[in-house]
Each structure stands twice: as C-alpha cells, then as structure tokens.
Design a protein around this ligand. Structure first.
Ligand SMILES: Nc1ncnc2c1ncn2[C@@H]1O[C@H](COP(=O)(O)OP(=O)(O)OP(=O)(O)O)[C@@H](O)[C@H]1O
Length: 323
C-alpha cells in the first residue's frame, strides 16, 4: 500500500540545506495499522506530506495506493484519506451536510453522498448529532467527524496526524475504539502519528520510529522492546557496597544502593538472582521487575528520551511555528 525507496526531502533555508527526510525505504502492506513515531523535528510531518502528495520529494520514489506520488498525485489523492491535526469541518454547515458536501467534492452523486454520509454517521456513532453545527461538538466528537470526512470517498488508506492529541483520556479511548472499528469494518490501511507512546504500543501492530530523518526502528512493539530494550530487574540493598557486589553478580549497574540489570525474562530470572544474592550474603530490601516501554527502545537507540521530546505542541503550532 505504501512503498518508498530513498525518499528524501530537502528544504533550502537561506543558504543552508536542511535535509528533513534522508532516504527512507518503507513498505506497508494492505490492512496494516502503523504508528509512526519520532521526536519533534524528526521528519514525521514531512514524510506524511510527501506520502499524501502535499509536498514533492527532492529525490527517491513513493508509491501510495498503487500510484506514484510524483507522477500521478491525483490518482493517489483519490485513493487516500487524510485526517490532519486541525479540524476538517467548517462552521457553515450541519454535521451531515458537511459530510454530503465532502462526498460531492469527491464526485459522489447526491444520493450516493447522502447514503455514504449516513453509513459513516452510523459507524462513528454520530447519527444523533447529524443536525448539529460542528462548532457545538465536543473535542472527541469533532475528531470522529474529521475521521468520517476522511473516509467519505472510501479510501484504501487513511493517514491520521495525531488523531488523539488534545483529547481527554476518555475521548482518546473513544477515538481509538472507532479507529479500530473502521479497520475491522472496511479493512482500511491506517498510517498514523501519535505523541502517546502507550497508544502506539497497545493499538498499532507495527511501530516505525524516525529520528533525524532516518528510520531507526521498525517492527511490532513487542519485538522492538524485546530486541532493543529488554526486561529489567531492579533491587535495592542495605549498603552501597552490597549494591556494587550485587551488580557484579548479575552483570548490572549500581547507583547508590540501587542495582539495575537487563535480562531476557525478568519474572523468570528474578528468583534465581535473589537466591544468588542470598548465597553471597547480600541483604535485599526491595526487588521489582519492569517490562520495557517504547521510550526505553528509543533511549537504547539514541541515548535520549522520546517522551520528553514528544510533548504535544498543542496550541503552539508545530515545530516550525505554523499555527
Ligand atoms: N518548510 C520548511 N522549511 C524549512 N525547514 C523545514 C520545513 N519543514 C520542515 N523543516 C525541517 O525539517 C525537519 C523535520 O521537520 P518535520 O516537521 O517533518 O518534523 P516532525 O517529526 O513532524 O516534527 P513535529 O513532531 O514537531 O511536528 C525539521 O528540522 C524542520 O525544522
């Protein structure tokens, strides 16, 4: 559904060239749900803009929904939907009319556009709100309307730019429920960016991490966490000397009286480790196991935390100060 080879985009800033995306090779098969993650300025929006034909690549190729983005952008646009960060609906029309107008823009006949609008209102549980003005909807309801607008022409592939940013936890969960439902109903391929690592972890079947214009990790969240971060055992000991000795036994590191070690399966490895510490006469005061997060994966790969970098820039525009 998405195939890129050496996809690159440069920007000229005064006399300098900023390479926002540096030769990305990416293959997304039909029906996949891919979360595209990266810190601010990593190249997510630039990639998305190239894949959705809003920005021509400087070099490389991208085939999206069977068409080349540079040679046949119109054909790409007819096969994809795009739900941006800003609201897609205007204020002049009621919810259902907004959907019908959007359908007409895509060339649907009036009857067809009406039927499709009703189908989407039903799927996204917006039917009771059909006669409301978009401005009167809650944040979560509005986001669902945006998703409906992106689906009006039955796209094979839907791009969603931070679909849950700015919503309260309940509305976020609700938007996700609908995203998963539309995938189940239509088999739509979904490619989305999110600032919430936990969402990417639990909802997406594939996580692609971009940093500094390059893809640095690509796989299921489970595989990335196992391969690149691993489980951890953390124990605290009575004294710093004991901690240093405990770190030596487990091959970990000690900081003060805290010892941390990376293991393959922490819950299974912990009893053996505790027995070894006991045999060495080391008194353990606390012990816990932790599963890695996607942030740990990013930390392992780059030495930086993604979570700190990924603070949503709500109401502040994006990294280029765009409103
Ligand atoms: N129009 C532009 N002119 C100059 N530089 C740009 C332009 N658009 C993007 N860049 C630069 O390209 C790099 C990647 O930006 P991009 O917006 O793709 O990152 P991002 O991962 O989407 O970040 P964010 O999470 O903050 O939206 C950044 O260094 C950015 O400053």
């Amino acid at each position: 559904m998405i195939h890129t080879r050496g996809l690159t985009r440069d920007f000229k800033v005064k006399k300098e060239t900023v390479t926002a995306v540096r030769g990305i090779d990416l293959d997304v098969e039909a029906g996949q749900l891919v979360a595209f993650l990266g810190p601010n300025g990593a190249g997510k929006s630039t990639t998305l803009r190239m894949l959705t034909t809003l920005l021509p690549p400087t070099s490389g190729t991208a085939t999206v929904a069977g068409h080349d983005v540079a040679a046949d952008p119109r054909a790409v646009r007819s096969r994809i939907g795009y739900v941006g960060q800003r609201n897609g609906a205007g204020e002049d029309q009621l919810v259902r009319d907004e959907l019908v107008s959007q359908g007409r823009c895509y060339g649907l006949r009036p009857k067809e556009a009406g039927a499709r609008a009703d189908e989407l209102l039903d799927l996204l549980e917006l039917t009771p709100l059909a006669k409301r003005a978009p401005g009167t909807l809650s944040g979560g309801q509005r986001r669902r309307l945006d998703i409906a607008l992106g689906l009006i022409h039955r796209p094979d592939l839907l791009f969603l730019d931070e679909p849950s940013t700015g919503l309260d936890p309940k509305s976020r969960a609700d938007v996700w429920r609908h995203i998963l439902r539309l995938r189940e109903t239509y088999g739509t391929t979904l490619f989305l960016t999110t600032h919430y690592l936990e969402e990417a972890d639990t909802m997406a079947e594939r996580v692609v991490i971009i940093d500094n214009g390059l893809i640095i990790a690509d796989g299921t969240a489970e595989r990335l966490k196992n391969d690149l971060a691993g489980d951890h055992i953390t124990v605290t000991t009575g004294t710093e000397r004991e901690a240093a000795a405990a770190a030596g036994i487990g091959g970990g590191s000690a900081e003060g009286t805290t010892v941390r070690l990376r293991v393959a399966q922490a819950p299974a490895a912990l009893p053996d480790y505790l027995r070894a510490l006991d045999a060495a006469g080391i008194k353990v005061t606390t012990a816990e196991t932790t599963r890695p997060t996607l942030d740990d994966v990013f930390l392992t790969l780059t030495g930086r935390s993604l979570e700190v970098d990924l603070l949503p820039l709500v109401n502040e525009g994006d990294s280029h100060g765009r409103p």
